[in-house]
Design a protein around this ligand. Structure first.
Ligand code: MTE
Ligand code: CO
Length: 416
Protein backbone atom coordinates (compact mmCIF):
# COMPACT_ATOMS: atom_id res chain seq x y z
CA UNK A 1 0.00 0.00 0.00
CA UNK A 2 2.84 2.36 0.83
CA UNK A 3 4.55 3.80 -2.18
CA UNK A 4 7.17 6.34 -2.97
CA UNK A 5 5.54 9.75 -2.62
CA UNK A 6 7.58 11.85 -5.01
CA UNK A 7 6.97 15.52 -5.50
CA UNK A 8 5.19 14.80 -8.76
CA UNK A 9 2.71 12.43 -7.18
CA UNK A 10 1.91 15.03 -4.49
CA UNK A 11 1.13 17.68 -7.08
CA UNK A 12 -1.02 15.31 -9.11
CA UNK A 13 -2.89 14.31 -6.00
CA UNK A 14 -3.39 17.97 -5.12
CA UNK A 15 -5.17 18.64 -8.38
CA UNK A 16 -7.14 15.43 -8.05
CA UNK A 17 -8.36 16.49 -4.62
CA UNK A 18 -9.34 19.88 -6.02
CA UNK A 19 -11.25 18.19 -8.81
CA UNK A 20 -12.95 15.94 -6.29
CA UNK A 21 -14.18 18.96 -4.39
CA UNK A 22 -15.45 20.59 -7.58
CA UNK A 23 -18.89 19.01 -7.30
CA UNK A 24 -20.95 22.03 -6.25
CA UNK A 25 -17.91 24.06 -5.20
CA UNK A 26 -15.51 26.48 -6.82
CA UNK A 27 -12.54 24.99 -8.64
CA UNK A 28 -9.09 26.11 -7.52
CA UNK A 29 -8.93 28.80 -10.22
CA UNK A 30 -12.32 30.29 -9.29
CA UNK A 31 -11.84 30.19 -5.53
CA UNK A 32 -13.17 33.52 -4.11
CA UNK A 33 -10.59 33.29 -1.34
CA UNK A 34 -8.08 33.95 -4.11
CA UNK A 35 -10.05 36.06 -6.61
CA UNK A 36 -11.95 38.39 -4.17
CA UNK A 37 -10.56 40.94 -1.70
CA UNK A 38 -11.24 39.76 1.84
CA UNK A 39 -12.06 41.74 5.01
CA UNK A 40 -8.70 41.04 6.55
CA UNK A 41 -6.88 42.50 3.53
CA UNK A 42 -8.53 45.87 4.19
CA UNK A 43 -7.73 46.58 7.82
CA UNK A 44 -4.54 47.15 9.70
CA UNK A 45 -3.21 44.50 12.01
CA UNK A 46 -2.38 45.11 15.66
CA UNK A 47 0.68 47.09 16.66
CA UNK A 48 3.89 46.11 18.40
CA UNK A 49 2.72 47.30 21.83
CA UNK A 50 -0.42 45.18 21.81
CA UNK A 51 1.22 41.94 22.96
CA UNK A 52 4.47 42.57 24.82
CA UNK A 53 4.45 38.85 25.62
CA UNK A 54 3.28 36.93 22.55
CA UNK A 55 0.42 34.45 22.52
CA UNK A 56 -0.67 31.96 19.82
CA UNK A 57 -3.17 32.88 17.10
CA UNK A 58 -6.81 32.86 18.21
CA UNK A 59 -7.31 30.09 15.64
CA UNK A 60 -5.09 27.86 17.80
CA UNK A 61 -7.32 28.00 20.90
CA UNK A 62 -7.97 24.26 20.71
CA UNK A 63 -4.25 23.63 21.24
CA UNK A 64 -4.19 23.31 25.00
CA UNK A 65 -3.51 21.09 27.96
CA UNK A 66 -6.52 19.00 28.96
CA UNK A 67 -7.37 17.05 32.09
CA UNK A 68 -9.54 13.98 32.66
CA UNK A 69 -11.88 15.01 35.52
CA UNK A 70 -12.52 11.48 36.84
CA UNK A 71 -8.82 10.63 37.15
CA UNK A 72 -8.25 12.59 40.37
CA UNK A 73 -10.45 13.81 43.21
CA UNK A 74 -9.65 17.51 42.77
CA UNK A 75 -7.72 19.79 40.38
CA UNK A 76 -5.11 20.76 42.99
CA UNK A 77 -3.50 17.36 43.37
CA UNK A 78 -3.95 16.47 39.76
CA UNK A 79 -2.60 16.16 36.26
CA UNK A 80 -3.19 17.62 32.83
CA UNK A 81 -1.83 16.40 29.52
CA UNK A 82 0.36 17.74 26.70
CA UNK A 83 -1.57 17.96 23.37
CA UNK A 84 0.92 15.75 21.50
CA UNK A 85 -1.37 15.50 18.47
CA UNK A 86 -1.08 19.27 17.88
CA UNK A 87 2.71 19.47 18.10
CA UNK A 88 5.54 18.81 15.69
CA UNK A 89 9.31 18.71 15.91
CA UNK A 90 10.72 17.73 19.29
CA UNK A 91 10.38 20.76 21.62
CA UNK A 92 7.30 21.17 23.81
CA UNK A 93 6.31 24.85 24.04
CA UNK A 94 6.38 26.07 27.64
CA UNK A 95 2.64 26.78 27.89
CA UNK A 96 1.77 23.26 26.72
CA UNK A 97 4.00 21.20 29.03
CA UNK A 98 1.79 18.84 31.02
CA UNK A 99 1.50 19.56 34.74
CA UNK A 100 1.57 17.18 37.65
CA UNK A 101 1.30 18.66 41.12
CA UNK A 102 0.62 16.96 44.41
CA UNK A 103 -0.25 20.20 46.19
CA UNK A 104 -1.05 22.73 43.46
CA UNK A 105 1.32 24.87 41.39
CA UNK A 106 3.19 27.14 43.79
CA UNK A 107 4.40 30.58 42.81
CA UNK A 108 7.47 31.81 44.67
CA UNK A 109 9.37 35.07 44.64
CA UNK A 110 12.88 34.11 43.53
CA UNK A 111 14.29 36.80 45.84
CA UNK A 112 13.18 34.78 48.87
CA UNK A 113 13.83 31.31 47.47
CA UNK A 114 16.68 29.35 49.03
CA UNK A 115 18.41 26.05 48.26
CA UNK A 116 19.94 24.32 51.26
CA UNK A 117 22.40 21.42 51.35
CA UNK A 118 22.72 19.45 54.56
CA UNK A 119 23.51 15.96 55.86
CA UNK A 120 26.76 14.16 55.13
CA UNK A 121 28.66 17.14 53.74
CA UNK A 122 31.80 18.97 54.85
CA UNK A 123 29.89 22.23 55.10
CA UNK A 124 26.11 22.75 55.15
CA UNK A 125 25.28 25.56 52.74
CA UNK A 126 22.34 27.77 51.78
CA UNK A 127 22.24 29.32 48.31
CA UNK A 128 20.21 32.26 47.07
CA UNK A 129 19.13 32.32 43.42
CA UNK A 130 21.89 34.87 42.85
CA UNK A 131 24.46 32.41 44.22
CA UNK A 132 23.11 29.69 41.92
CA UNK A 133 23.47 31.95 38.88
CA UNK A 134 27.22 32.28 39.52
CA UNK A 135 27.95 28.59 38.81
CA UNK A 136 28.91 27.57 35.24
CA UNK A 137 25.77 26.66 33.24
CA UNK A 138 24.89 23.94 30.75
CA UNK A 139 22.10 23.53 28.19
CA UNK A 140 20.49 20.15 27.52
CA UNK A 141 17.27 18.92 25.89
CA UNK A 142 15.60 16.16 27.90
CA UNK A 143 12.21 14.50 28.01
CA UNK A 144 10.36 14.28 31.32
CA UNK A 145 7.85 11.43 31.43
CA UNK A 146 5.66 10.78 34.46
CA UNK A 147 5.92 7.13 35.53
CA UNK A 148 2.10 7.05 35.34
CA UNK A 149 2.03 7.99 31.64
CA UNK A 150 -0.12 5.38 29.81
CA UNK A 151 -0.99 3.99 33.26
CA UNK A 152 -4.72 3.81 32.52
CA UNK A 153 -4.10 1.40 29.63
CA UNK A 154 -2.83 -1.66 31.52
CA UNK A 155 -6.14 -3.56 31.41
CA UNK A 156 -7.10 -2.55 27.88
CA UNK A 157 -7.57 0.37 25.55
CA UNK A 158 -9.26 3.11 27.51
CA UNK A 159 -8.58 6.80 26.80
CA UNK A 160 -9.35 8.03 23.30
CA UNK A 161 -6.47 10.25 22.27
CA UNK A 162 -2.68 10.32 22.46
CA UNK A 163 -2.98 13.47 24.59
CA UNK A 164 -4.58 11.32 27.30
CA UNK A 165 -2.78 8.00 26.75
CA UNK A 166 0.72 9.47 26.25
CA UNK A 167 0.56 13.18 27.15
CA UNK A 168 2.32 13.01 30.54
CA UNK A 169 5.53 13.91 28.75
CA UNK A 170 7.30 17.05 27.68
CA UNK A 171 10.63 17.72 26.00
CA UNK A 172 12.40 20.92 26.91
CA UNK A 173 15.80 22.58 26.65
CA UNK A 174 16.95 23.27 30.20
CA UNK A 175 19.54 25.75 31.30
CA UNK A 176 20.97 24.86 34.67
CA UNK A 177 23.92 24.04 36.87
CA UNK A 178 25.33 20.50 36.98
CA UNK A 179 24.22 19.15 40.36
CA UNK A 180 27.73 17.79 40.88
CA UNK A 181 29.13 21.34 41.07
CA UNK A 182 26.74 22.27 43.87
CA UNK A 183 27.51 19.04 45.73
CA UNK A 184 31.23 19.68 45.29
CA UNK A 185 30.83 23.13 46.81
CA UNK A 186 29.43 21.54 49.99
CA UNK A 187 31.83 18.56 49.84
CA UNK A 188 30.13 15.15 49.95
CA UNK A 189 31.53 12.93 52.73
CA UNK A 190 32.83 9.44 51.83
CA UNK A 191 29.71 7.67 53.16
CA UNK A 192 27.37 10.06 51.28
CA UNK A 193 25.81 7.58 48.85
CA UNK A 194 22.31 8.99 48.51
CA UNK A 195 20.69 12.35 47.99
CA UNK A 196 17.24 13.46 49.17
CA UNK A 197 15.70 16.19 47.02
CA UNK A 198 12.85 18.19 48.58
CA UNK A 199 10.36 20.63 47.08
CA UNK A 200 9.14 23.85 48.71
CA UNK A 201 5.49 23.36 47.61
CA UNK A 202 2.68 22.35 49.96
CA UNK A 203 3.22 18.67 49.10
CA UNK A 204 6.83 18.90 50.33
CA UNK A 205 7.72 16.23 47.78
CA UNK A 206 10.84 14.21 48.49
CA UNK A 207 12.72 11.55 46.54
CA UNK A 208 15.93 9.58 47.18
CA UNK A 209 18.44 9.67 44.35
CA UNK A 210 21.60 7.53 44.24
CA UNK A 211 24.77 9.65 44.43
CA UNK A 212 26.07 8.10 41.21
CA UNK A 213 23.20 9.65 39.23
CA UNK A 214 23.42 12.94 41.13
CA UNK A 215 27.10 13.25 40.15
CA UNK A 216 26.45 12.14 36.58
CA UNK A 217 24.03 14.24 34.51
CA UNK A 218 21.50 15.85 36.91
CA UNK A 219 20.95 19.58 36.65
CA UNK A 220 19.56 22.22 38.94
CA UNK A 221 17.63 24.13 36.26
CA UNK A 222 16.20 27.64 36.20
CA UNK A 223 15.36 28.12 32.52
CA UNK A 224 13.20 26.12 30.11
CA UNK A 225 13.39 26.75 26.37
CA UNK A 226 15.37 29.89 27.05
CA UNK A 227 13.05 31.64 29.52
CA UNK A 228 12.45 31.29 33.25
CA UNK A 229 10.75 28.06 34.35
CA UNK A 230 6.99 28.43 34.45
CA UNK A 231 5.40 28.30 37.94
CA UNK A 232 3.77 25.03 36.85
CA UNK A 233 7.22 23.57 36.20
CA UNK A 234 8.79 24.59 39.51
CA UNK A 235 9.85 28.23 39.18
CA UNK A 236 12.39 29.35 40.22
CA UNK A 237 14.37 26.07 40.53
CA UNK A 238 13.81 22.43 39.61
CA UNK A 239 15.83 19.26 39.59
CA UNK A 240 16.40 17.64 36.19
CA UNK A 241 17.05 13.89 36.38
CA UNK A 242 17.61 12.91 32.71
CA UNK A 243 15.91 9.73 31.50
CA UNK A 244 14.46 8.93 34.94
CA UNK A 245 10.81 8.98 35.98
CA UNK A 246 9.25 12.43 36.24
CA UNK A 247 8.43 12.11 39.94
CA UNK A 248 12.13 12.46 40.80
CA UNK A 249 12.39 15.82 39.01
CA UNK A 250 11.61 17.78 42.18
CA UNK A 251 10.05 21.18 41.43
CA UNK A 252 10.46 24.30 43.58
CA UNK A 253 13.68 22.64 44.79
CA UNK A 254 14.60 23.89 48.28
CA UNK A 255 16.73 21.23 49.96
CA UNK A 256 19.28 18.55 49.15
CA UNK A 257 20.26 16.19 51.94
CA UNK A 258 23.18 13.81 51.60
CA UNK A 259 22.75 10.46 53.37
CA UNK A 260 24.16 6.95 53.45
CA UNK A 261 20.93 5.16 52.45
CA UNK A 262 17.62 5.86 50.72
CA UNK A 263 14.88 7.46 52.82
CA UNK A 264 11.98 5.20 51.71
CA UNK A 265 9.53 8.09 51.67
CA UNK A 266 5.96 7.93 50.37
CA UNK A 267 6.74 8.57 46.70
CA UNK A 268 9.17 5.63 46.56
CA UNK A 269 7.20 3.08 48.60
CA UNK A 270 3.41 3.41 48.43
CA UNK A 271 3.62 5.25 45.08
CA UNK A 272 5.80 4.85 41.98
CA UNK A 273 6.44 1.17 42.70
CA UNK A 274 5.40 -1.61 40.31
CA UNK A 275 3.13 -4.36 41.60
CA UNK A 276 4.16 -7.59 39.89
CA UNK A 277 2.07 -10.61 38.90
CA UNK A 278 3.26 -12.53 42.03
CA UNK A 279 2.07 -9.79 44.41
CA UNK A 280 5.52 -8.37 45.16
CA UNK A 281 6.14 -4.71 44.42
CA UNK A 282 9.25 -3.62 42.60
CA UNK A 283 10.88 -0.45 43.94
CA UNK A 284 13.21 2.04 42.31
CA UNK A 285 12.28 1.56 38.66
CA UNK A 286 14.01 4.77 37.78
CA UNK A 287 14.86 4.69 34.08
CA UNK A 288 12.05 5.20 31.58
CA UNK A 289 12.36 2.51 28.90
CA UNK A 290 12.07 3.17 25.16
CA UNK A 291 8.59 4.12 24.01
CA UNK A 292 6.85 5.70 21.04
CA UNK A 293 3.39 6.78 19.92
CA UNK A 294 1.84 7.86 16.65
CA UNK A 295 0.45 11.35 17.21
CA UNK A 296 -1.17 11.78 13.75
CA UNK A 297 -3.45 10.19 12.72
CA UNK A 298 -4.89 9.49 16.17
CA UNK A 299 -8.34 9.77 17.81
CA UNK A 300 -8.05 13.56 18.29
CA UNK A 301 -6.45 13.99 14.86
CA UNK A 302 -8.44 11.96 12.29
CA UNK A 303 -7.63 11.85 8.57
CA UNK A 304 -9.89 14.52 7.09
CA UNK A 305 -8.58 14.77 3.52
CA UNK A 306 -9.72 11.41 2.20
CA UNK A 307 -7.57 8.84 0.35
CA UNK A 308 -4.23 9.83 -1.15
CA UNK A 309 -0.90 11.07 0.22
CA UNK A 310 -1.01 10.90 3.99
CA UNK A 311 1.55 11.95 6.59
CA UNK A 312 1.89 9.72 9.61
CA UNK A 313 3.99 11.17 12.42
CA UNK A 314 4.85 10.51 16.03
CA UNK A 315 7.42 10.73 18.80
CA UNK A 316 9.82 8.26 20.41
CA UNK A 317 12.16 8.47 23.40
CA UNK A 318 14.31 6.40 25.74
CA UNK A 319 15.79 7.05 29.17
CA UNK A 320 18.75 4.89 28.12
CA UNK A 321 19.97 6.99 25.21
CA UNK A 322 18.93 7.91 21.68
CA UNK A 323 16.43 6.38 19.24
CA UNK A 324 18.25 5.19 16.10
CA UNK A 325 15.17 3.50 14.62
CA UNK A 326 11.37 3.55 14.71
CA UNK A 327 9.27 1.01 12.80
CA UNK A 328 5.67 1.70 11.85
CA UNK A 329 2.91 -0.52 10.53
CA UNK A 330 -0.41 0.54 9.02
CA UNK A 331 -1.83 -3.00 8.84
CA UNK A 332 -1.58 -4.13 12.46
CA UNK A 333 1.90 -5.60 12.20
CA UNK A 334 1.69 -7.61 8.96
CA UNK A 335 4.23 -5.28 7.35
CA UNK A 336 6.65 -3.02 9.19
CA UNK A 337 8.35 -0.01 7.59
CA UNK A 338 11.28 2.06 8.80
CA UNK A 339 10.08 5.53 9.71
CA UNK A 340 12.12 8.63 8.86
CA UNK A 341 13.55 10.38 11.91
CA UNK A 342 13.83 14.14 11.39
CA UNK A 343 15.35 16.67 13.78
CA UNK A 344 18.07 16.36 16.41
CA UNK A 345 18.74 12.88 17.81
CA UNK A 346 19.80 13.74 21.35
CA UNK A 347 20.49 11.58 24.37
CA UNK A 348 17.37 11.11 26.56
CA UNK A 349 15.36 13.46 24.37
CA UNK A 350 12.26 13.06 22.25
CA UNK A 351 12.75 12.09 18.61
CA UNK A 352 10.30 12.95 15.80
CA UNK A 353 9.48 10.36 13.15
CA UNK A 354 7.47 10.44 9.90
CA UNK A 355 6.11 7.85 7.51
CA UNK A 356 4.48 9.09 4.32
CA UNK A 357 2.10 6.72 2.56
CA UNK A 358 -0.64 6.70 -0.02
CA UNK A 359 -3.86 5.86 1.84
CA UNK A 360 -6.18 3.76 -0.31
CA UNK A 361 -9.17 4.55 1.90
CA UNK A 362 -9.29 1.14 3.59
CA UNK A 363 -9.24 0.50 7.35
CA UNK A 364 -5.89 0.90 9.08
CA UNK A 365 -4.28 -0.45 12.24
CA UNK A 366 -1.45 1.91 13.11
CA UNK A 367 1.42 1.06 15.43
CA UNK A 368 4.93 2.35 16.08
CA UNK A 369 7.85 0.50 17.69
CA UNK A 370 10.95 2.27 19.01
CA UNK A 371 14.48 0.84 19.11
CA UNK A 372 16.93 2.58 21.43
CA UNK A 373 20.70 2.94 21.25
CA UNK A 374 21.21 -0.04 23.62
CA UNK A 375 19.42 -2.33 21.11
CA UNK A 376 16.28 -2.58 23.29
CA UNK A 377 13.02 -2.79 21.32
CA UNK A 378 9.70 -1.42 22.64
CA UNK A 379 7.55 -4.39 23.75
CA UNK A 380 3.92 -5.18 22.99
CA UNK A 381 1.38 -4.64 25.77
CA UNK A 382 0.93 -8.42 26.02
CA UNK A 383 4.67 -8.94 26.49
CA UNK A 384 4.58 -6.42 29.34
CA UNK A 385 1.51 -7.99 30.93
CA UNK A 386 3.18 -11.42 30.91
CA UNK A 387 5.70 -10.02 33.41
CA UNK A 388 3.73 -7.31 35.15
CA UNK A 389 0.13 -8.56 35.20
CA UNK A 390 -2.66 -6.00 34.96
CA UNK A 391 -2.59 -4.46 38.44
CA UNK A 392 0.17 -2.03 37.55
CA UNK A 393 -0.12 1.71 37.03
CA UNK A 394 3.40 2.85 36.31
CA UNK A 395 5.98 2.26 33.59
CA UNK A 396 3.74 1.11 30.74
CA UNK A 397 5.80 1.45 27.55
CA UNK A 398 3.80 -1.03 25.44
CA UNK A 399 3.10 -0.54 21.74
CA UNK A 400 -0.01 1.60 21.12
CA UNK A 401 -2.56 0.76 18.39
CA UNK A 402 -4.93 3.17 16.65
CA UNK A 403 -7.70 1.79 14.43
CA UNK A 404 -8.67 4.10 11.54
CA UNK A 405 -11.97 3.51 9.76
CA UNK A 406 -12.79 4.25 6.11
CA UNK A 407 -13.89 7.77 7.04
CA UNK A 408 -10.50 8.43 8.62
CA UNK A 409 -11.84 8.41 12.20
CA UNK A 410 -9.34 6.92 14.66
CA UNK A 411 -9.93 4.98 17.87
CA UNK A 412 -7.80 3.51 20.68
CA UNK A 413 -7.84 -0.30 20.32
CA UNK A 414 -5.75 -3.35 21.11
CA UNK A 415 -4.89 -6.23 18.87
CA UNK A 416 -3.34 -9.49 20.00
N1 MTE B 1 7.92 18.29 42.64
C1 MTE B 1 7.20 18.86 43.62
N2 MTE B 1 7.82 19.66 44.48
N3 MTE B 1 5.86 18.65 43.74
C2 MTE B 1 5.19 17.80 42.87
O1 MTE B 1 3.97 17.64 43.01
N4 MTE B 1 5.36 16.26 40.95
C3 MTE B 1 6.29 15.29 40.35
C4 MTE B 1 7.54 15.98 39.81
N5 MTE B 1 8.08 16.91 40.78
C5 MTE B 1 5.92 17.16 41.83
C6 MTE B 1 7.31 17.46 41.74
C7 MTE B 1 5.72 14.46 39.29
S1 MTE B 1 4.82 13.09 39.76
C8 MTE B 1 6.05 14.66 37.98
S2 MTE B 1 5.53 13.59 36.78
C9 MTE B 1 6.78 15.86 37.55
O2 MTE B 1 7.20 16.68 38.63
C10 MTE B 1 5.90 16.68 36.63
O3 MTE B 1 6.58 17.79 36.13
P1 MTE B 1 5.78 18.89 35.32
O4 MTE B 1 4.66 19.41 36.17
O5 MTE B 1 6.81 19.89 34.93
O6 MTE B 1 5.21 18.20 34.11
CO1 CO C 1 4.54 11.94 37.89
Amino acid sequence: MAKDTTRRSFIKAGFAAGAGLAAGQASAAGDPLITETQDWNQQLGFGVDERPYGIPSEFQKHVKRRSVPWLTADPISSINFTPLHELDGIITPNGLCFERHHGGAAEYDPASHRLMINGLVDEELVFTMEDIMRFPRENHVYFLECAANTGMEWRGAQLNGCQFTHGMIHNVMYTGIPLRLILKEAGVKADGKWLLAEGADASGMTRSIPMEKALDDCLVAFKMNGEALRPEQGYPLRLVVPGWEGNMWIKWLRRLEVGDQPWHHREETSKYTDLLEDGNARRFTWVMDAKSVITNPSPQAPITHGPGPTVLTGVAWSGHGTIPQVDVTIDGGKNWHKARISGPSLDKSMHRFYYEFDWDGSELLLQSRAHDSTGYVQPTKDELRAIRGTNSIYHNNGIQTWYVNKEGVAENVEIS
